[in-house]
Ligand binder design. Structure first.
Ligand SMILES: Cc1cc2nc3c(=O)[nH]c(=O)nc-3n(C[C@H](O)[C@H](O)[C@H](O)COP(=O)(O)OP(=O)(O)OC[C@H]3O[C@@H](n4cnc5c(N)ncnc54)[C@H](O)[C@@H]3O)c2cc1C
Length: 259
């Protein structure tokens, strides 16, 4: 079983995110960079699948030079190899370009299963897995909270508003998993050391046979026209209890239409 997990490097969820004044893209240097939290569930699920049988897990990421750290971090959970697509022309790429690059990098590598998180915590478009499956002509199995592989068959529980659907497909296929589907493991010291030596391919657009004119900010299908700083938080209302605190709180809740 050959599994590839697509992992995005994102600014830490807790950090205040900033846009670059010049081109309105995310200022990635302004915050600590981490592995997209939701992708850790996909890595964990992939590792459990190969551990229950046999196979290898490869981590794939498209991003600036620093994204290599996130590939190594994901490998240190127990994966076997990494592929990092990095090229200056990729700056400002939209979901269409991201899916094109990932699909091109995946093409012809013979993965049985290609796994994703369900969304990134920075842009949250939740479309890249579906776009990659469409580009590769593979079944798309999205929003999975349970993934089972048996021979060349795949079964997932697909989360819905009313519970879940059991969906089946043949392999190869593309799967995206939802959060809390498992408990992602912490990298062990042994795996951290092994990740330093794990095979890692660093590829440019030319290496995967893509023209720079098909990606990047200039070729994005949508554009951030304008943005403004979030307004400062308004001061809260302090109610001093002078024997009538309860009435004052009630009055406040009524004026705010809470009661
Ligand atoms: C501040 C800001 C400004 C933006 N401006 C624009 C704009 O002007 N025009 C525009 O079209 N788009 C813009 N975007 C969108 C941005 O380009 C998205 O990051 C990109 O479209 C991918 O979508 P996503 O991250 O929401 O992926 P999702 O579809 O939410 O990601 C789902 C999964 O796909 C995988 N994945 C996603 N990206 C990667 C990757 N790079 N490498 C490996 N796996 C990956 C991960 O497994 C992830 O969990 C902007 C985003 C931000 C944060």
């Amino acid at each position: 079983m050959k599994i590839c997990v697509c992992v995005k490097q994102v600014p830490d969820s807790w950090a205040e995110k900033k846009l670059t004044a010049g081109d309105s893209t995310l200022d990635r240097a302004a915050a600590d960079r981490v592995v997209n939290e939701l992708d850790e569930y996909a890595v964990e699920e992939a590792l459990r699948i190969v551990e229950a049988g046999e196979g290898e897990v490869t981590i794939l990421s498209m991003g600036p030079d620093e994204a290599a750290d996130s590939v190594r971090k994901a490998i240190s959970m127990g994966a076997h190899a990494g592929i990092h697509i990095s090229d200056p022309a990729l700056h400002g790429s939209d979901a269409l370009a991201t899916s094109l690059v990932l699909a091109k990098a995946l093409e012809g590598r013979g993965f049985d299963l290609i796994m994703f998180g369900s969304e990134s915590t920075d842009a949250r478009m939740s479309v890249v897995p579906a776009m990659v499956s469409a580009r590769l002509g593979l079944p798309q199995m999205t929003f999975a909270n349970k993934v089972e592989v048996s021979g060349s068959n795949l079964t997932i529980h697909r989360v819905t508003d009313y519970g879940y659907d059991e969906v089946q497909s043949s392999l190869p296929a593309v799967v995206s998993v939802v959060e809390k589907t498992n408990e992602p493991r912490y990298p062990s010291f042994k795996n951290i050391m092994a990740a330093k030596k794990a095979p890692m391919e660093t590829l440019s657009l030319a290496d995967i046979g893509l023209d720079a004119a098909t990606v990047g900010l200039a070729n994005a299908w949508s554009e951030v026209k304008d943005f403004a700083e979030r307004p400062a938080k308004a001061k809260g209302t302090v109610i001093t209890d002078e024997g009538n605190g309860a009435e004052k709180i009630e009055e406040f809740l009524v004026t705010q239409k809470f009661i």
